[in-house]
Ligand binder design. Structure first.
Ligand code: NDP
Length: 311
């Protein structure tokens, strides 16, 4: 249990958080970054990252995040492995309390707590997360060229993922729990013209099957919820697209959030409705969910915070 004082406190250790920390440290502001429990954020679940500039071939998501952490430490960022569980943004300095009973007093805050993809949360799913089961087709789809994949979900994201995957995969099976898609009509029309995409309606995943030692997904067992019929489909990869949840519980009643719970920021800016509080990355931007976008957003938030502190 300790008390910390800072000019900038960064909450979150994904690409947005580390980038904000790097910019703040290089401005001589001695930022503190509180990492959260999932150190490195969503990218640590990516099998291989090829679309982040500066990487010659490909890199595991975990490795890329370890490099960002080391870069931040080398520049003097103080990183604390802890989770903020309560914030008071009504008084200055702002006060944040953590799971380990640390208290952080700070003049400005950059919130980079991200969003979490929803998983199916069945027991056989865990061993293959990041090893055949992905929550991001843009990130991992390329590795399934000529392979058979399935997409779980029936909303806009699921259909967009299926359309994207149909550029690489030889077959894409959408598995949806109801008898009609939630996705917009225009997207449904697009998949109708793609012979490699098929849909299994009224179906839920019962089990992921493969080799667990060096995790390799081989098939999924699905159940038709109307007939109870069980079917096994051979797949090399599964993309789960059943929605995301912004990590903003602690900011409810403190900051303006949109109807989905994402932090509202001013146009082309990371400024929230409270002066001195900035939001960066997926916690504010559900549209582009990419590491490079989050990193850029972290840089903007830091530059805005630096200018605000100078004032
Ligand atoms: P949605 O909430 O729209 O859809 C989630 C889908 O996953 C639904 O079909 C839902 O089924 C299904 N689902 C949820 N939980 C489970 C579960 N446990 N098991 C199986 N299936 C499950 O999320 P999206 O990520 O698709 O979209 C989020 C928001 O972003 C939406 O408002 C969407 O319109 C928007 N968006 C817009 C895009 C665009 O305009 N181009 C692109 C992507 C997203 P059910 O239908 O039965 O509830």
């Amino acid at each position: 249990m300790a008390e910390y004082q800072s000019k900038i406190l960064i909450i979150g250790s994904g690409p947005a958080g580390y980038t904000a920390a790097i910019y703040a440290a290089r401005s001589g502001l001695n930022p503190i970054l509180v990492s959260g429990t999932e150190i490195g954020g969503q990218l640590t679940l990516s099998e291989d990252v090829e679309n982040y500039p500066g990487i010659e071939h490909s890199i595991r998501g975990q490795e890329l995040m370890d490099i960002m952490k080391k870069q931040s430490l080398n520049l003097g960022v103080k990183i604390i492995n802890d989770k903020i569980v309560e914030v008071d943004l009504n008084n200055r300095p702002f006060e944040c309390s953590s799971e380990n009973h640390n208290v952080f007093y700070t003049q400005s805050i950059i919130i980079a707590t991200g969003a979490s993809a929803k998983w199916l949360d069945i027991s056989s799913e865990k061993p293959y997360r990041g090893f055949g089961i992905s929550v991001c087709a843009t990130c991992d789809g390329f590795f399934y060229r000529g392979k058979n994949v399935a997409v779980i979900g029936g909303g806009n994201s699921a259909i967009e993922e299926a359309l994207f995957l149909s550029n690489f995969a030889s077959s894409v099976t959408i598995i949806h729990r109801r008898d009609s898609l939630r996705a917009e009509h225009r997207l449904q029309q697009k998949i109708a013209n793609k012979p490699q995409i098929s849909i299994k309606y009224d179906s839920v995943v019962e089990e992921f099957i493969g080799t667990e030692t060096t995790p390799k997904l081989e098939a999924i067992k699905i159940k038709n919820v109307k007939s109870d019929k069980i079917e096994t489909i051979n797949v090399d990869g599964v993309f789960i697209a059943i929605g995301h949840k912004p990590n903003t519980e602690i900011f409810q009643n403190q900051l303006e959030l949109d109807k989905f719970g994402y932090i509202k920021t001013q146009p082309n800016s990371c400024k929230t409705n409270i002066e001195g509080v900035f939001a960066a990355g997926d916690v504010k931007n559900p549209e582009f969910r990419q590491a490079i976008i989050a990193a850029g957003s972290g840089a903007i938030a830091a530059m805005e915070a630096i200018r605000w502190l100078e004032k």
